[in-house]
Ligand binder design. Structure first.
Ligand SMILES: Cc1cc2nc3c(=O)[nH]c(=O)nc-3n(C[C@H](O)[C@H](O)[C@H](O)COP(=O)(O)O)c2cc1C
Length: 233
């Protein structure tokens, strides 16, 4: 059996040429409507808060598709420094009790505790994102593993978005609480955040303007020390 969550899906994207089976034909790629449409949709991904997320939730097959996309994140050394777990609907109450106990620890009043219980119930699907950063790996420092973890999360969110779902990633102060960490992680792992996923009941909105010219610039060489431009010959 094909273990890929995409095995039943119709072919998408750009047909490959027969001579370059692993490289899209440049002409086709430029003219490729499906990819251009996907690209435009991707550029419009914005988070959708839990209160705007309704049923249907993504089913197991769609969640597996999104995870399969997350696994395409660039991953130096193929360390796979993350995993995600689904908090089932029937487990929300248990999670709410945990949230409530943490709110109590943090000095929350009854209203804050009730809010935490309600938070655990919010949203059609709830996923916990867990990092597994390994210290002391030759050539793959922790920051590169965090990059992979973030890249994977982004691909997960992007895949959900392209399938028509909305999602929001939230950590909050409680995520770093040792009891919540212990409930989700094995030693060496870090619970990063929870992702609520569902069907948006309203269009997602951008939070601010993008400054492309800051984020994409030609290199302005600096601090070159002895490696500055050599004198003309
Ligand atoms: C790991 C992680 C944790 C986050 N935790 C919170 C949070 O606790 N509260 C919050 O308001 N936003 C949090 N965010 C940011 C939102 O998920 C979201 O990205 C932000 O509101 C920007 O919206 P956008 O995704 O539409 O650009 C977190 C993002 C990440 C990646």
């Amino acid at each position: 059996m094909d273990a890929s969550p995409f095995h039943d899906d119709p072919p998408v994207g750009i047909p490959r040429t027969s001579t370059t089976p692993h490289a899209p034909d440049g002409q086709t790629a430029r003219a490729g409507v499906p990819r251009r449409e996907a690209l435009a949709a991707l550029a419009q991904r914005h988070s959708v808060g839990p209160r705007w997320l309704t049923d249907p939730a993504p089913d197991d097959a769609d969640l597996r598709r999104a995870i399969a996309c997350a696994l395409r994140a660039p991953d130096h050394g193929l360390l796979r420094p993350w995993r995600a777990v689904l908090v089932g609907r029937e487990q929300r109450r248990l999670l709410g009790d945990l949230f409530a106990s943490i709110a109590r620890d943090q000095g929350g009043d009854e209203a804050a505790i009730a809010r935490e219980i309600e938070r655990a119930e919010r949203g059609p699907a709830l996923v916990a994102w867990i990092a597994r950063i390994q210290p002391g790996i030759d050539d793959v420092p922790a920051h590169e593993q965090w990059m992979t973890t973030g890249g994977a999360l982004t691909l997960f969110l992007s895949a959900l978005h392209l399938m028509g779902y909305g999602a929001k990633t939230l950590s909050g102060r409680k995520c770093s609480h040792p009891r919540l960490q212990a409930a989700f992680c094995t030693p060496g792992e870090t619970l990063v955040a929870f992702i609520t996923v569902g069907t948006p009941s309203r269009a997602a909105a951008a939070r601010g303007c993008d400054d492309l010219d800051f984020h994409w610039q030609p290199w302005q060489p600096q601090n070159l020390g002895g490696a500055g431009p050599s004198a003309p010959h």
